[in-house]
Design a binder for this molecule. Sequence first.
Ligand code: SF4
Length: 689
Amino acid sequence: ARSWEIEKVPTLCPYCGTGCTIELEVVQKKGVREVIAASAPSHGGGIVNGRSLCAKGRFGMGFIHHPERLTKPLIRKNGKLIETTWEEAFSTIAKKFKDLLQAEGPDAFAFLASARTTNEENYLLNKISRAVIGTNNIDHCARLCHSASVAGLAAAFGSGAMTNPIKDIEKSDTFLVLGSNTTETHPVIAQQMIQAIKKGSQAIVIDPRKTEIAQLAQEHIQIKAGTDLAFLNSLAHVIIEEKLYNNRFVEERTENFKALAAAVAPCTPQWAAEITGLRPEQIIAVARAYSRAKKAAIYYTMGITQRFTGTYNVMAIANLALLTGHIGRPGTGVNPLRGQNNVQGACDMGALPDVYPGYQAVQDEKIRRKMASLWAVEEEKLSIRPGCTVGEMIDGAAEGTIKAMFIMGENPVLADANSSHVVKALQKLDILVVADIFLTETAELAHVVLPAASFAEKEGTFTNTERRVQSLHKAIEQRGEARPDWKILTELSCRLGYPMNYESPAEILEEINLVNSAYGGITPERLHKEGSLCWPCPSSDHPGTARLHEESFSRGKGKFHGVPYLGPAEEPCQNYPYILSTGRRLFHYHGGSMTRRGALHWAYPEEHLEMHPKDGAQEGLRTGDLVTLHSRRGAVTLPVYLTEGVAPGLVFSSFHFRESRINELTNGARDPIAKIPELKHCAVRIEKE
Ligand code: SF4
């Protein structure tokens, strides 16, 4: 483009899992291409978002050219990170990795993949971890958001993914939204919910906070934080007791009904009312509305999953869909909304400790043989032992069993629960390597930092929340010496003695087509021609699958799970009388490294603590007063904001801000199945400064 011409490069929004298509507006400045803005697709709209974008997609691109972008590798010398060459960075990593591999073995290594990098890059890191080093210690931040969905839905249906397309929202007669602040976390999906409400769909929001979507819905069920499982079990109780379930669907397409009926028999609305703080009639009304609707859907996010009982919560949601047959049809389904742009894809690519790409179990000897042959390594190189989850890696680093970590595009220091523990653990590593676009709080602790290209500077694919695989397009050159992660990983692999000679992400996708059967027909050529495809798409003539479980479930029959009610791991007490819940803000994303560098920062420059006015009066606080929040793990100081948006007894803040690092306080207690920490619930006390 000449200086006065704006070239529009179609690509994907780098933020939430909605997967909106955007156009980056590029100009030439002194011979250098520069992104000046982003806008909604001008030619007919995006397949997911039409002509809509939220504030992040529209105004959140300032980070691309931010002066704090990493442009050279950094290495720690005499305690300080200083600029170095790629040669020194790679030779340092390769030497240390080889020495440690020989001295400590493969399970002394851990790899954090990323929900913000492409499918191809996640695939390569999974390959390095397994085929080059020989460990299954690979995971990523899905562990902290939807690992409970993966475990719970896979057990019930055979697949842990969102069942229906986003566009199905408008086809529902009734939809439930559980633990999701949709207007702030998935604004374009929320817009479609609001359209559906306007057209007559009945929306019921179950949330301890009075979020915007709760206020727009016909019904807001303001449940006591951490008690969703009692509510969900009671819904199943009412549906069975009042014979509102779909008898034919239950008989023909499900199993284990008796076990569910026995488990929820004691979960009367009166019993649940005492636990949840609701009235029995509210619970009965929701059960009737959901089960009597012709087409009813459930949407949920981390209010459900970031729980000590996250997997049980998800199973209890799946029970409702199986009871009523609200699955496998338009306008129905169980729909976990993914938080980051490629969290679904990173899972699909095997960035999980127990499965290869395509959710193929590492413990299965036949699969191990197949993978060894595909990757041209000895069978024995591939470990049959499931690896560590994110939290277990951190514990391993603290205990000295994990010696080396490679972190690609993640920031556990801000995002993980109990962050002081995370910092202490990372500081104990023999070598920590971080590849990122900024010097994040985690990168600050590294021995070697590798400057990565941003989404605007590379090709590849992302998979959105509805399993839709779409292509990124390179708009500008990389900043300074930064490299796309896939190039960093191929070089690292070569240095470790396993040559990787991919010329492009398209070539890596062709290998993924062979390794992950659900992606078998999602070839670079088809993506180029057709724009996007939803998996499963097993062959070149398969149209892709917009809706799962239409004829049968991925596991055959849908399975009910009778799950007992268990409360949160940490309840308020005399010393810590409030419940702290954490989440996201409209203008920010994750650890804030992207959204706090640009216009969005000025729209929301600092964080506060939301507190109910009654609690404020009790503590002698007014909006703007500075408070220190204490939990059993740490303390954080920030201003208070009195609002009826939270229930009395509950306080809320986001985890985007390094100045008020809220995860210093959160509880690392993990769901025993999915190992997701209970980020949404811990006990705190508040002291006025
Ligand atoms: Fe980007 Fe999500 Fe906003 Fe769409 S809804 S523009 S994907 S942040």
